[in-house]
Design a protein. Sequence first.
Length: 157
Amino acid sequence: MDKLLTILNDDARLSNAQIAAMLGTTEDDVAAKIAKLEADGILRGYKAVVDWDRTDRDYVTAIIELRVTPKRDRGFEELAETIMRFDEVENVYLMSGGYDFSIVVRGRTFQEIAMFVARRLATLDSVVSTTTHFVLRRYKERDVQFLGEQKDERGAF
């Protein structure tokens, strides 16, 4: 199963026939294994890695550090579930170290993200503090590199 998961993680667009050839098995066997991985909740979805900078869509990504005071008998889970429901939130991680949650958020503008943090995240009962870091440029995401032909638009002196 590990080899199948690695293949799918590297390129989920491969056909069952291609995967079967790589694994030395049959298409039906691959289909059955994938169906089981989906049913068991191991395969949670299939996503493309999009270079949004090459599209007309405006977006900004921010990584938000959140310090919280977990509620007794509920821990971090309840707050994580609340945060996950916000449309702007892409990822939520419980962290060790100086803060409790790392949250990846996408919006159309810096101001939209700032307002999301101020009005929706910072106002949650358990939140003690937030620190927002705006992503200026992606170099690598999910094993896909983004370095290439993009020009530096700051201009020369």
